[in-house]
Design a protein. Structure first.
Length: 279
């Protein structure tokens, strides 16, 4: 880290922000080398660096407010002009705005990091950590899916996109999330007696909504897709046994992860891939 950079000369606010960015990039490289097993240690390093940056920015602003910062330290160094040009023209308004914006963003990120450190691990972080550790023991890894109403169907779409038909044991081609919605809705309509007792809304209305909107899909849709495609599905979670749907089906299962506390939005599904196939 170059934390002592600038001690022998006056460091401007812009230079400080740029140094902070370099230090963050260097730390990210170090964290990447540390691997998931040293995740807690890496998080502590990130929190310490965020606190250090926050303290430096706050100290600079206090000195500036008290008039201790020289005018030369307020100028923007980002354009690195020749000394003669800088003395004549000084920083432009656009440069000042960019510097102020960068400083404000760096300060905001530092404060967020400090607040998170004070609050401790969130339910989302704890749950994801538990799922990742559970999957790691099985040589699986999470493959992130966008957090919207299509997450379950997109997770299945991802599974069908990388699993070979020979490994799965069925001949269906990959199907996108919209097609999977139709598969589920059509199967539920064709097997009313099996699904209707579990629906709170009229079956046809339910299927229309599931097929044509971003309605969140769940266990009923997983059952319908498992039966329609003749494939097993496994659902992994943080602290519950693996839910196995269609265990009698031949071939490798489609694997999903269920998150109860994801993204602050509640329930969410991710795809689960073997480590060797994850990008």
């Amino acid at each position: 880290m170059s934390g002592d950079e600038g001690k022998d000369k006056v460091e401007t606010k812009g230079q400080m922000v740029q140094r902070h960015k370099r230090e963050v990039m260097l730390l990210k490289k170090e964290v990447k080398k540390m691997g998931k097993k040293r995740k807690d240690e890496a998080k502590k390093l990130e929190q310490d660096l965020a606190a250090k940056h926050e303290g430096e920015l706050r100290a600079f602003e206090e000195r500036e407010a008290e008039g201790e910062v020289k005018e030369s330290a307020k100028e923007d160094p980002s354009s690195t002009p020749e000394p003669e040009v800088a003395e004549k023209k000084g920083p432009t308004r656009a440069q000042k705005r960019r510097e102020a914006k960068a400083a404000k963003e760096a300060e905001r990120e530092a404060r967020i990091a400090l607040e998170r450190a004070e609050l401790g691990e969130t339910p989302e972080e704890r749950e994801t950590k538990m799922i990742e550790e559970r999957l790691m023991d099985l040589n699986f890894v999470l493959h992130d899916i966008p957090p919207d109403g299509n997450c379950m169907f997109r997770s299945l779409e991802d599974q069908l996109s990388f699993q070979s038909t020979s490994a799965l044991g069925f001949q269906h081609k990959p199907i996108d999330h919209s097609g999977l919605r139709k598969v589920a809705a059509d199967h539920i309509r064709g097997n009313r007696e099996d699904f209707e007792p579990f629906l709170e809304a009229p079956l046809d209305e339910y299927c229309e909504r599931m097929e044509s909107t971003a309605e969140w899909g769940g266990h009923l849709e997983l059952q319908a897709i498992s039966q329609a495609l003749d494939v097993a599905i496994e659902v992994y979670s943080a602290d519950q046994p693996v839910v196995k749907i269609g265990e009698d089906k031949e071939g490798a299962p489609l694997r999903l992860a269920y998150h109860l506390h994801a993204y602050g939005l509640g329930e969410h599904y991710n795809s689960v891939r073997p480590i060797s196939t994850s990008p």
